[in-house]
Ligand binder design. Structure first.
Ligand code: S3P
Length: 170
């Protein structure tokens, strides 16, 4: 299959959703936000899916969605923060596109997520040390999945999009 989609991956609060919106309009591509698509498909919030059916069930929904998206026209796809944790998901993404990893320091992430309540994995643990621990555990998988890496600390959404555009055209 041709390499057509652009997948934005990275930790919760790394800016995937906002950057995907900007990038899709900059490149004239359709936009898909995986969490929002799953919420629509299931008619349930992510928090309710986690609390009712558990994390594994949510992970299965992510894998199923990645496979469904392969049939679509080229898109910018904002993934969930945990999407690249499954080897299978990395394979599915690489089959149909390029992956851009957005990174940010635990301090930056904390500042971005501290007032929201829609991330079940952080809800009871919204501290910089916990964010750092989870991020460190995930980093090898993120790096394994990434075709390109963009550091987002202290950058505007527009700057990040410009950087991505340069990387994908190289
Ligand atoms: C998760 C990240 C969330 C969402 C779910 C699990 C994770 O997406 O998919 O709460 O495991 O990191 P965002 O990264 O868009 O917050």
């Amino acid at each position: 299959m041709e390499q057509k989609h652009i997948f934005l991956i990275g930790f919760m609060g790394s800016g995937k959703t906002s950057v995907a919106k900007c990038l899709s309009s900059m490149l004239g591509l359709e936009l898909a936000e995986m969490d929002q698509t799953i919420e629509k498909q299931q008619d349930m919030s992510i928090s309710d899916i986690f609390s009712t059916y558990g994390e594994e069930h949510f992970r299965n929904l992510e894998t199923k969605l990645l496979i469904e998206l392969q049939e679509k026209e080229p898109m910018v796809i904002s993934c969930g923060g945990g999407t690249p944790m499954r080897e299978e998901n990395i394979k599915e993404m690489k089959k149909s596109g390029k992956t851009i990893l957005l990174t940010a320091s635990p301090e930056t992430i904390y500042g971005r997520v501290k007032d929201s309540h829609d991330r079940p994995l952080l809800e009871q643990n919204k501290t910089i040390p916990y964010i750092k621990e989870l991020m460190d555990n995930r980093q090898p998988k993120y790096e394994q999945a990434a075709d390109h890496i963009i550091v987002t600390d202290h950058k505007s959404i527009q700057e990040i999009c410009e950087e991505i555009k340069i990387k994908i055209n190289q």
